[in-house]
Design a binder for this molecule. Structure first.
Ligand SMILES: Cc1cc2nc3c(=O)[nH]c(=O)nc-3n(C[C@H](O)[C@H](O)[C@H](O)COP(=O)(O)O)c2cc1C
Length: 167
């Protein structure tokens, strides 16, 4: 596992990874990722997230629903994150909880020395994705994480200076 000086070092060095090596993700890594997601905070602790993991041909077929198909194809696995509207209590807050869940997973992935990319563009075709997977309408696709071993060294990111953000 890569060493991180402290939590901020971990957070600052996480990047969206869009190309992966052909390495297989071990089962215990996948379990850890879902565990990190499952322990995210949510309003009233309603835990509205649901997960679907795809690999192999099913994953490659999912790539047809996004212009970022090369990222999906390159990944060993993808994690689809849904909002279960049956357990929703406040749409905006539920979406924020799902964002926290996805970020927990991305940080865990990076901490373990693997790479992930949060894909949102695929939501434009969320109804078709549900049909493809045979999922009911109560499950609303909120994000997809493409996952694998980074192909190259992780680049430096860019962020606004704090002074621009403070009101
Ligand atoms: C809600 C959301 C949707 C995103 N959708 C996509 C996407 O469809 N395709 C993609 O390549 N990156 C996507 N990203 C990744 C962002 O482009 C990336 O986080 C941003 O450029 C900052 O780069 P970094 O993650 O490497 O720090 C998305 C990120 C978020 C939070």
């Amino acid at each position: 596992m890569r060493e991180f000086k402290d939590f901020l070092h971990l957070v600052r060095t996480r990047r969206s990874i869009r190309r992966f090596k052909k390495e297989k993700i071990p089962k215990n890594l996948l379990d850890g990722i879902l565990e990190a997601g499952r322990w995210a905070p949510s309003g009233l602790n309603n835990q509205p997230w649901r997960f679907k993991i795809l690999g192999g041909k099913e994953k490659d077929d999912l790539a047809n629903f996004t212009k970022y198909s090369s990222i999906v194809k390159s990944a060993d696995k993808v994690i689809l994150v849904f909002l279960d509207k049956n357990s929703s209590y406040h749409y905006q807050k539920d979406l924020m909880a799902i964002g926290a869940c996805i970020e927990n997973m991305l940080l865990y992935i990076h901490w373990q020395g693997w790479g992930g990319c949060w894909l949102g563009e695929i939501l434009n075709r969320r109804e078709e994705v549900n049909k493809f997977l045979g999922l009911k309408d109560n499950l609303e696709l909120c994000g997809v994480i493409a996952l694998g071993k980074p192909y190259r060294k992780i680049s430096k990111g860019k962020r606004y200076k704090l002074s621009k953000l403070l009101l």
